[in-house]
Design a protein around this ligand. Structure first.
Ligand code: PLP
Length: 404
């Protein structure tokens, strides 16, 4: 590989490694999705209806859950999960710091208190030992996040939950297709929430799915997602008789539409193909980055019963090896037209949580250190092998230029 210096960087007016911008997680939308959306638009029924119902059934079958409830985002799903458990003021919910704000925001929305615990420095997931140490008589639930698509240690988390009579609500926004000991995420815990945001492993543009084996929660989630009415819109309108629906709780407007489900049905049927491409590209990244100076990778399980769904491919930088900060390194990659991204700065450093709870960065040293030194590389089935080579070249160029 070529030797690069600072003046070669596009950030310093050098020539970028590619001429067009490579986005971080561009979706792969095919003709089937487009035709299905058009079919729905022409059908006269574009709201929540038969396609949403079919998508729910197929999703439940894919992950091996009894029930799946489609919603308009993973955030909505997490919110409803807390509501059906009756979690509110005075309650505590334990969660991780290396996550998107939504994971903790929903705990605030119901008036409960998020109890953050530090992560494991290797897996980047919540450390079960820290969960055990944080339990009080107010603790009601645990929200583990499968960071990047690598499963948390679910046996340990389930056993703590069981011992203390807590509910586990998985934030599986990154984990569509993740397996833990041969089981798909979505079939393991009391409630699991997925995201179909555009850059996720499959997309409905915006959308989410809650899976559970509990019939009572399934019923309640359906009521809560549509104004608290005890009949779904589709059931209400798809009959020639007057149906009387009663508001049984003050519910929300969190339903998914059939236009979104039209995308979801085909994205789901292609998911295993998408995952195979992610795996193929991640292996190319692994070969290039394993052993690279100043870089550490999130481990990928080699046991075939545990599958990393590879929503994120992250580099953890040993910052003392570089003359630039992580933010400058991301900026330099962006200037090279490589859509690197940041997932995530630890939540306790965000102004809302820092100010509300008076956190100092070093209160959670591992999440803080990782949050200041991590970056995500573009990885998506819409990328070509040439795009993958551009990412390798861009990372090589930028790191080489900034080595101390
Ligand atoms: C870990 C995590 N949780 C929750 C969410 C929220 O997902 P949505 O945008 O579908 O509400 C995201 C979105 O990126 C996420 O990464």
């Amino acid at each position: 590989m070529k030797k690069y210096r600072l003046q070669d960087l596009a950030l310093h007016n050098g020539t970028p490694v590619r001429q067009t911008f490579l986005p971080f997680g561009a979706p792969q939308i095919g003709e089937q999705e487009i035709n299905e959306v058009v079919d729905t638009l022409r059908s006269g029924w574009i709201g929540t209806g038969v396609k949403t119902h079919r998508f729910e059934q197929q999703f439940a079958q894919y992950v091996g859950a009894k029930y799946a409830v489609a919603v308009n985002s993973c955030t909505a799903g997490l919110h409803l999960s807390l509501l059906v458990l009756n979690i509110g003021p005075g309650d505590e919910v334990i969660t991780t710091l290396l996550t998107f704000a939504a994971t903790a925001n929903v705990i605030e929305h119901v008036g409960a208190t998020p109890i953050f615990v530090d992560i494991d420095p290797l897996s980047l997931n919540i450390n079960p030992q820290n969960i055990a140490a944080a339990i009080t008589e107010r603790t009601k639930a645990i929200i583990p996040v499968h960071f990047g698509g690598l499963s948390c240690e679910m046996d340990a988390i389930q056993s703590i939950a069981h011992q203390h009579n807590l509910t586990v609500i998985e934030d599986a926004a990154h984990a569509i297709g993740t397996q833990y000991k041969g089981q798909y995420v979505g079939s393991i815990s009391h409630l699991t929430n997925f995201s179909f945001y555009p850059n996720k492993n499959m997309t409905t543009i915006e959308g989410g799915m809650i899976t559970t084996d509990n019939e009572e929660w399934d019923d309640l989630l359906r009521v809560y997602r549509l104004h608290g009415l005890n009949r779904d819109a589709w059931k209400r309108f798809n009959t020639k008789r007057l149906t009387i629906s009663n508001a049984t709780v003050a519910g929300y407007k969190y339903n998914m539409t059939d236009v979104q489900a039209s995308l979801g049905l085909h994205q789901l049927s292609k998911l295993e193909q998408f995952l195979a491409i992610r795996e193929q590209y991640a292996q190319i990244f692994d070969q290039a980055f394993a052993g690279m100076r100043g870089v550490r990778l999130q481990p990928r399980p080699i046991v075939d019963q545990n599958r990393h769904a590879l929503h994120l491919y992250v580099l953890i930088l040993e910052l003392e090896q570089f003359s630039a900060s992580r933010n400058e390194i991301i900026d330099a990659l962006l200037a090279e037209n490589i859509g690197a991204a940041l997932h995530y700065r630890a939540l306790h450093t965000h102004p809302f949580y820092k100010n509300k709870y008076g956190f100092q960065p070093q209160d959670f040293p591992i999440a803080y250190r990782i949050g200041e030194s991590i970056l995500s590389l573009p990885l998506s089935p819409s990328m070509s092998e040439g795009d993958v080579q551009d990412v390798l070249e861009g990372v090589h160029k930028v790191l080489e230029a900034y080595y101390c």
